[in-house]
Design a protein around this ligand. Structure first.
Ligand SMILES: Cc1cc2nc3c(=O)[nH]c(=O)nc-3n(C[C@H](O)[C@H](O)[C@H](O)COP(=O)(O)O)c2cc1C
Length: 225
């Protein structure tokens, strides 16, 4: 099977906003689709079970979607996608507004409010079946997952790294070596942030609890290019 065929399936990028124990929660997702449009719109979200956002959605049964635009600040993607709300107050780091109690980005291409009507557990993910109970227009054109992969991934890794170093750099800065896809051939690459492992220890010999130095995701998310 040529799994690269799956790379040609199109997605968007979204910030999910939810609440857990009275606090804001949320993360970046691409696995989100409209499932029906009539008589009422319904959507499906595929959420990683171990994430805080998954627990939040299960607790409240609802979430917001901020549809990311092509002009999104790359830091927003790193902030919501490269770290867990268990370790950082992600919503405090971006301008936000609310639909009821649910947090949403101040600026996005459009917004949805979704109510969970059913769910199915897969091996690693939960599939949430939802009604769209409200929707609003925002500004700009939606960002595609393909455009993120092609043009933004390095900027996102760079903006997040700069934030971690306490030194955020403006958009359009220099691409970090670790995220340069052209030098990744045959190497182990983080499937979340694009970091290319170049260490002296063979990747296979790194300890099981080793984590990506850029986004903190476990060794298991690395793939060989
Ligand atoms: C580009 C990108 C796409 C992602 N897509 C999904 C997704 O579809 N579903 C999901 O559950 N997590 C997805 N993630 C991972 C979560 O955003 C990430 O694990 C996050 O740190 C979880 O944070 P939390 O523990 O606060 O929920 C994606 C991350 C990135 C960077």
């Amino acid at each position: 099977m040529d799994t690269k065929a799956l790379h040609k399936i199109s997605y968007g990028l979204y910030v999910v906003g939810s609440r857990l124990d009275g606090k804001d929660a949320g993360c970046i997702v691409d696995a989100f689709i409209q499932s029906t449009s009539a008589p009422d719109p319904t959507v499906i979200l595929c959420s990683i079970q171990q994430n805080q956002t998954n627990a939040a959605i299960k607790q409240t049964g609802e979430f917001s979607i901020s549809v990311l635009g092509t002009d999104v600040d790359p830091f927003v993607i790193g902030n919501f996608g490269f770290q867990s709300g268990r370790d950082a107050d992600k919503w405090a780091m971006v301008p936000r507004k609310r639909a009821g109690e649910l947090p949403m980005l101040e600026s996005a291409a459009s917004y949805l409010r979704c109510k969970v009507t059913g769910m199915k557990e897969l091996a690693t993910h939960t599939v949430f079946f939802c009604d769209v109970v409200d929707a609003w227009q925002g500004e700009g054109e939606p960002l595609t997952y393909g455009a993120y992969q092609k043009d933004m991934k390095a900027k996102v890794a760079e903006a997040f790294q700069a934030h971690k170093n306490g030194d955020r750099v403006p958009e359009g800065g220099k691409m970090p070596k670790s995220a340069d896809a052209s030098s990744a051939e045959g190497k182990w690459v983080c499937s979340i942030c694009g970091y290319v492992y170049n260490g002296a220890t063979p990747f296979e010999q790194l300890p099981d609890d080793w984590k990506c130095p850029v986004c903190g995701q476990p060794k298991s998310v690395f793939v060989r290019k």
